[in-house]
Design a protein around this ligand. Structure first.
Ligand code: SF4
Length: 396
């Protein structure tokens, strides 16, 4: 039996892949530990320069505390040179997640006494429904490192959700790189029908989508979200820019007007988004239009990504906005996002909500707003807002 730890950097898909790796090693009879151990797996990210640099640091740190380190994920697939020069106990594992799991698990080896039903002690489970992306946004490295879109079968997804619920998970997050591309033609499923089927599984207390491209937000999807009681009023819809010229240069497939129109029926939703700041050609008026679009769309949490050129993309050689300008714009956008979050939280003071407690003293309300509340882990707790604090809503 080996002792191991798995850490991930980056997005929900990376988190889901890390979960797959952890489960496989637990199922093979190995023991998960917090810090030092025999084996570390670092599932890396390459979506920004910073993500790749942090991935390398994590691998270097793990090499000091573990006998063997496996570097997997997007960063490893994009550039094995990014991990060159690390100690000899670090192995870079290429290939998609399915192959990486087999490589790592094969290397570590199974022990005789395997656990058929490995349970990871989390309230929330990320269930991958799709991987890869066939869009080709000019800045994005994901299609290069994850390949074209492909879906799991609905049967496999629904089976995994049933297993998760049986293991005690209460919240299911449907995860993928471009969720709206999910298709199971043989079974006649698209994302809206999958949401309905997943939401009707007994024991699912909460169901969420990790994110959805605005192109895929339509009447069918909205109806599925609204008519599935366990789906909360939250949607993460990447914006990337609020300027049509920048959106065109990014090869995004919408205008600002389309983005706003598509979200119009969701005025009661807590809407969150990703925005890239300092894309080549983004001038001050273009950035101000982004601030305006964030306000007009009533976005709350904005994940701000200062632009960094990625190798192999169409904008790999372009980076015209100076770093200090990116920094200053990022700070302004984060300030706007913080104010929008606090304004939404303030609406909850004196009002009731139902919070799923996912960590000691913390949880998320029905629209995925963060609450500070005491309650048993994994339970839905009725609360009333007392005050807004820096990181959420204080329950009375
Ligand atoms: S939709 Fe665009 S940004 Fe998102 S993964 Fe696909 S190519 Fe990348």
């Amino acid at each position: 039996m080996a002792s191991f730890s798995v850490r991930f950097l980056g997005c929900k898909v990376s988190q889901t892949d890390a979960q797959t790796l952890r489960e496989r090693l637990v199922r093979d009879g190995h023991r998960e530990v917090e810090r030092s151990g025999d084996v570390a797996v670092v599932n890396t990210c390459c979506v920004t320069n910073e993500g790749l640099a942090k991935s390398r640091q994590a691998a270097a740190r793990a090499a000091r505390t573990h006998a063997r380190v496996y570097v997997t994920g997007c960063g490893a697939r994009l550039s094995d040179t990014a991990f060159a020069g690390l100690p000899a106990n670090v192995t870079v594992v290429l290939g998609q997640i399915e192959q990486a799991v087999e490589t790592v698990a094969g290397d570590v080896g199974a022990i005789g006494c395997v656990q058929a039903d490995a349970r990871l002690d989390r309230v929330r489970a990320f269930v991958k429904i799709q991987d890869g992306c066939s869009f080709s946004c000019a800045f994005c490295v994901i299609p290069l490192v994850r390949g074209a879109t492909r879906s799991r079968s609905a049967e496999a997804v629904l089976g995994e959700i049933r297993r998760r619920v049986a293991q005690g998970h209460r919240e299911i997050v449907l995860t993928g790189v471009n969720l709206g591309c999910f298709r199971d033609r043989a079974a006649g499923h698209t994302l809206p029908s999958l949401i309905r089927a997943a939401g009707s599984i007994e024991g699912v207390a909460r169901l969420r989508l990790s994110s959805i491209e605005v192109n895929h937000v339509d009447d069918k999807l909205i109806a599925a979200l609204r008519e599935t009681p366990v789906v909360g009023l939250h949607l993460h819809v990447p914006l990337q820019s609020g300027d049509d010229g920048v959106l065109r240069a990014m090869s995004r497939r919408y205008t600002v007007e389309t983005y706003l129109r598509k979200l119009e029926p969701l005025t009661d939703f807590n809407l969150t988004a990703d925005v890239i700041v300092g894309f080549p050609g983004e001038d001050e008026p273009a950035f101000e239009r982004t601030l305006g679009a964030v306000r007009a769309a009533r976005l709350t949490k904005v994940h701000v990504f200062p632009y960094s050129p990625r190798p192999g993309t169409r904008t790999a050689a372009e980076d015209t906005v100076p770093p200090e300008v990116k920094k200053e714009r990022s700070a302004r956008l984060r300030a706007l996002s913080d104010a929008a979050c606090r304004a939404r939280w303030a609406e909850k003071v004196g009002r009731g909500d139902v919070v799923l407690v996912d960590r000691p003293g913390r949880g998320y309300g029905a629209d995925y707003s963060p609450w500070l509340v005491e309650g048993p882990l994994g339970e839905l707790v009725r609360v009333t807002g007392r005050a807004v604090v820096v990181d959420g809503i204080l329950a009375a």
